[in-house]
Write a protein that binds this ligand. Sequence first.
Ligand code: ADP
Ligand code: MG
Ligand code: MG
Length: 525
Amino acid sequence: MSVSTALPEWPPALTPEQHSRLILLSSTYALSHGFTLLPPSSRQPPTSAIPAPLSLLPTPFPRELYELAVSLQPIYNALYARITLDWDFLDRVMGGSVSKVDEFQGELWRGWKSIRDDLVQPLQLGLFRSDYLLHQDQSQGTSEKGDNIGIKQVEFNTIAASFGALSQRAGEMHRYLAKATNGYYSISPHLSEISNFPQNEPLKKLAAGLAEGWKAYGNEKAVVLFVVQDGERNVFDQKWLEYELLESHDIPVIRHTFSELSSLAQIEPSTKNLLLPSPLEPSLPSKEVAVIYYRSAYTPTDYPTSSEWDTRLLLEKSKAIKCPSMALQLAGAKKIQQVLCEPGVLEDFLLNKKRPDVGLENKITQEDVDRLRLTWIGLWPMDNSALGKEAYQLALNESERFVLKPQREGGGNNIYRENIPPYLKELEKEKREQGEPEKKEAFILMELIEPPKNVQNWLVKGGENKARKADVVSELGVYGVSLFGGSEIQTFNSTAGTLLRTKGRESDEGGVAIGISSIDSPLLV
Ligand code: ADP
Ligand code: MG
Ligand code: MG
């Protein structure tokens, strides 16, 4: 689907007084409401915080496309649950050349394969985020700004999808600014209408998702374990989930880094219960873990030694519900996203009645499948298949249209446009063992999404008291929760709100954590 509503000229003009007042109001709101990050160097325990990078005004987003993205989420939840339950498919896609040339994915797949017959917990929990950019179809001639705009999916995250809590706060902040400034000083009709600011509660809904997992586990005394990275600056986004779990659901959380768990985690041999020392007092009885929620374990640096892989396998073999399981993490690989694009694969996952019930059985139609596929853009393998050979030629000869992606998460890993051909040439020089696939097979080639031009906003970098006006690109994330693999009554599938990250157009990558994007909210137009 594409819409032809022109996006408004943005941002509307602000006087210098209005501008500095908005910076003051937004920064103090951010600090008062925990819309914050730790400063770049901070002590333990922390003694200060800075506002998370923010945009002064919400950014216009076509209402119909926002609603479309949200409406697709239950189907995506079902899709990724079904992929995760299809071991043959995961073996075929992830156990092939990707696992041979990408060391990290190889460890993940081989590790999972080595223990998957010993797994004792059928239930799996996903807190997902499907990311989109607005795409303006250049081919159909764009006479007027705003013509032919659709959404195209960037990627689907199945592990450590972050910023749910801060996103809720960003939306609340923009509503507050509207109320505190008489509809943003009546500088734009869009800003004066509060119904253009969507209700958005990812913090509440993601915590409710973790609580669903905890309930399904069925031990009122059990806790939720957050596995976190050392030196994480985005702690408040995580702490909000902890507070919400405790305050609204009476569920305590224990936080540990991955490396701490290698000495602390114990599995009770007969029950396979995962036990951790009580954080209150080591002499108290151990705590049983109902749900393991990973905000770590998704990137090679989270596994500096083989002991982290041992810990991952130990946790995986426990009775705790994993969010995500190793299989669900594998399902989120970019390679899977590419294979889904091949003819018939999506139909097989969504329409085949023999597949397990994951909350939407028999309710997905061919029309849903078509709607979902319309949000995809070209994706190619980089292997020796006919498609792969075509991709190689495109990558070399039309590199301006493409991004080359490895199987990595966390931003900053992609190769863009003219950098692709020399990068591929370097890869070809790398030594490989006899019979080993080519290094390029660990990548996928993706067509570049072309967001509408001439949208600007005021961006405030965390900890600074000035805003920078920039040409911007906004990435919409839609959160989803899926509890699957168990009985029908335990199955849970829901949407869980949205995230809008806005970055300067000059920047190809968009991670908030790596200091490029601001956390924004959509203004529906
Ligand atoms: P990661 O898992 O590291 O976040 P992404 O696939 O999200 O990887 O890529 C990182 C960023 O690169 C995205 O947030 C987006 O800004 C940009 N990007 C990725 N794919 C495309 C694409 N096809 N077109 C335009 N930009 C893209
Ligand atoms: Mg990702
Ligand atoms: Mg991403």
